[in-house]
Design a protein around this ligand. Structure first.
Ligand code: 13P
Length: 242
């Protein structure tokens, strides 16, 4: 079954989260054959959940340490205790703006596993790296964070080319397949791997993108903020699976 994840980034206050949940609940009722997850900001992990289990919740990050004097950090254990199932790790915004590197991310992965969270691990090349023909090398380097992770554990990999995020310029099917196939080959020892695509996914391009057999769903930013457009993307992913 395909998986569609809403990454809300630093958007939505409590009342906006509650309004989305109310609206999306009736829409989710009518969507079958697709797994849905929503990643709100930390304070709303509980509020963004669905008591009836029509979707699950993901955090957008977690701390690299277990617990202790780390002001401002949120641990994987805290996230799990709010009922989350997934945690997004290594998003390009965190790599770029908050200087997260391979070592930090391998520690975060370990914390996620200890807490029983399934990582949604993001990888992707920048425009410059792509132009230099370095996409495969960049993906390999980022995937190095997974070296210490048990290969039999469930893993979601999100291929998000940096140049496609928030730009309205989604990767074309060949680019998506190229990146996704490289990841699958590199992680061929992992039976429970799902590869998602992220980067300017919208209701208008979701059908064409999900038709690529190499991907098993989407990580959606901007277009996940409205219940209506997120529903349409979920439906595209659902119909492709049927
Ligand atoms: P957009 O869908 O807004 O391009 O964002 C993609 C993304 O970063 C999801 O994690």
């Amino acid at each position: 079954m395909n998986l569609v994840v809403a990454n809300w980034k630093m958007h939505k206050t409590r009342s906006e989260v509650e309004a989305f949940v109310r609206d999306f609940a009736s829409r989710a009722e009518r969507i079958e054959n697709v797994e849905i997850a929503i990643a709100p900001a930390f304070p709303f992990l509980g509020a963004a959940g669905d008591a009836r289990g029509r979707w699950s919740v993901a955090a957008q990050d977690c701390g690299a340490e277990r617990a202790g004097a780390f002001t401002g950090e949120v641990s994987a254990e805290m996230i799990a205790s709010e009922g989350a199932r997934y945690v997004i790790l290594g998003h390009s915004e965190r790599r770029r703006l908050f200087r997260e590197n391979v070592e930090t991310l391998s520690r975060k992965l370990a914390r996620a596993r200890e807490a029983g969270l399934i990582p949604i691990f993001c990888v992707g090349e920048s425009e410059e790296e792509k132009s230099a023909g370095r996409t495969a090398a960049v993906l390999d380097e980022q995937i190095r964070s997974l070296d210490g992770d048990a290969p039999e554990a469930e893993l979601v990999l999100a291929y998000e080319p940096v140049w496609a995020i928030g730009t309205g310029r989604n990767a074309n099917p060949e680019e998506i397949c190229g990146g996704a196939r490289h990841i699958v080959e590199r992680l061929s020892n992992r039976p429970l791997l799902r590869v998602l695509y992220g980067g300017s996914v919208t209701p208008d391009n979701a059908d064409e993108l999900i038709a690529q057999r190499a991907i098993a769903g989407f990580l959606v930013g901007g277009a996940s903020l409205s219940p209506e457009s997120f529903e349409k993307i979920c439906r595209s992913a659902a119909s492709a699976a049927a």
